[in-house]
Design a protein. Structure first.
Length: 478
């Protein structure tokens, strides 16, 4: 017998006397409905940073894979929030004597290779200033990233369902049998053997009845792309005001050795400093085009978790005001930006954490800082977003264990991306784009292997997973 999860047919009434149509004063009971069914081996929820890689990995293992995405394109927060992809490398530049190593490869690196070919990436541009933070800056063209990801998904044979919201889970005890999705084509049931939750909000896990909390420990933040500007003049402006911090040179508008990352931790220009502070504006930007500041961030702290629709609606308005204000500030204060305009905005509020999903293992800050490795790891990683305050020991790496992706209490569900890792300072490492991508490759590969063998996630032999990941080009330290 299949039982409905939280999101399906809950129909809870909150007081008042019901009438024959199942209505009360403040609730309405939906009637049951027969849904069309589609069958897959693996379903990945959310075509974002981790989800794209998870779906490609699963499909390449031979699994019939569905990817469900509410927006009209794949990409997620890597195309909407972040300034650069942190980080494919260890922190070799910060620590004398440490060997330079690329520690994330596999599908994430394939995406970069494809982007470079179409002029959509700076390459792994070495940081020449601020390298205590990261050794390289990998900046992307957000629009070409979406297209490249879409094409790679199609080439891998993934069934990509964009403009489709996942709204429920079909449960059989602790096992997910399927998900409910909604689109303009109607409400449907997608069935599969294995599931990967890459929704950032943990929607699938919550529908499946997984345990979660909502820490609300970050500001939400949108980024605005500012067009008709001059990044060299922006850098000169930071230098003139003696605040120039991070700097990297790489591929820009097809030319090598151009500034692709410039920034200051703070600004000291009277008027500008106060205006920037009022709208939570950051001064670090990246670009791969001559006349474009690709990411200027505007932060806003919500009083409650970003799963609260009504608070988010208020924030969407406020943050749009802030993004418009950010462009005004650049026009007013920064030479070369007098005719700047808003060229791109995040389509909806970007979050750094929504639901925190409880998994079999919770990565600790000591795991990250002490560069700990595990006997079931799916990837290694060497970046910390609070560097130099927190760094992975000796410019080394730590491992992401497989069990950190297995959702506690559910037999066939993985979570990856920003939904894992409870400790805020450890999360400041695991939530970064390249780590989310690597987790996606681990979870998608595991889901496909489990589906093929009809196994629950805890029955998969690690040697099989490790073999498949190694064959697919994933880097391991040992
Ligand atoms: C403002 C900001 C700046 C950042 N800066 C950097 C940076 O400079 N460098 C860096 O490395 N990291 C940065 N990060 C962190 C990093 O970008 C994110 O943590 C990471 O991209 C999250 O990836 P994810 O796969 O967990 O989620 P996402 O990439 O957000 O993917 C989730 C996807 O699921 C979809 N989805 C959600 N719910 C549903 C549903 N019910 N049905 C269907 N689809 C659904 C969403 O539309 C989205 O496409 C930043 C984050 C933010 C917010």
């Amino acid at each position: 017998m299949l039982a409905a999860g939280l999101g399906v047919g809950a129909g809870l009434a909150h007081g008042g006397s019901g009438d024959s149509a199942g209505q009360t004063r403040d609730s309405y009971e939906e009637s049951a409905k027969r849904l069309p069914v589609r069958k897959f081996d693996v379903i990945v929820a959310g075509a974002g940073t981790g989800g794209v890689v998870a779906a490609i990995a699963a499909a390449r293992q031979g699994a019939r894979t569905a990817l469900v995405e509410v927006k009209g394109y794949p990409g997620g927060t890597v195309t909407e929030g972040g300034t650069a992809l942190h980080s494919f490398y260890n922190l070799w530049r910060a620590i004398p004597g440490v060997e330079k190593r690329q520690v994330v490869k596999g599908i994430p690196q394939e995406i970069i290779d494809r982007l470079i070919k179409v002029g959509g990436c700076s390459g792994h541009a070495e940081m020449t200033q601020g390298y205590n933070y990261d050794s390289v800056c990998t900046a992307i063209d957000t629009e070409l990233y979406k297209l490249t990801a879409f094409e790679m998904l199609a080439e891998a044979g993934v069934f990509v369902y964009v403009n489709t919201l996942l709204t429920g889970a079909i449960m059989d005890g602790q096992c997910i049998r399927g998900v409910i999705v909604e689109s303009r084509s109607g409400r449907e049931a997608f069935l599969a053997q294995s599931f990967v939750d890459c929704t950032a909000y943990g929607d699938l896990s919550a529908h499946a009845g997984a345990r979660y909390t909502e820490p609300n420990d970050y500001a939400v933040c949108n980024s605005v792309g500012i067009g008709n500007v001059d990044i060299d003049k922006y850098h000169a402006f930071l230098e003139a005001n003696q605040v120039s911090g991070q700097l990297a040179k790489g591929l820009r508008s097809g030319q090598p050795d151009r500034i692709v990352r410039a920034g200051a931790e703070w600004i000291n220009v009277p008027g500008m400093a106060e205006a920037a502070r009022t709208i939570g504006m950051g001064m670090i930007t990246t670009t791969v085009h001559d006349n474009y500041l690709m990411f200027i961030k505007c932060n806003l702290k919500l009083p409650v978790s970003p799963t609260n629709r009504d608070e988010v609606a208020k924030a969407e308005l406020e943050i749009r005001r802030r993004m418009a204000k950010a462009v005004e500030i650049f026009r007013k204060y920064v030479p070369g930006c007098e005719k700047a305009f808003m060229a791109r905005t995040s389509p909806s509020l970007c979050i750094r954490r929504g639901r925190l999903i409880e998994c079999d293992y919770d990565i600790t800050l000591a795991d990250v800082l002490e560069a700990r490795h595990f006997d079931d790891e799916v990837m290694v990683y060497g970046f910390h977003d609070s560097a130099p305050r927190y760094q992975v020991k000796n410019g080394s790496t730590y491992g992401i264990p497989y069990r950190a992706l297995c959702v506690k209490g559910i037999e066939n569900l993985y979570a990856c991306g920003m939904m894992i890792t409870s400790n805020h300072d450890a999360h400041m490492s695991t939530r970064n784009t390249v780590c989310c991508m690597g987790q996606g490759q681990g979870a998608g590969t595991a889901a496909a292997l489990c589906a093929e063998r009809k196994l629950g996630s805890r029955d998969l032999k690690y040697t099989q997973l490790r073999g498949a990941l190694t064959k697919a080009g994933v880097y391991f330290d040992t």
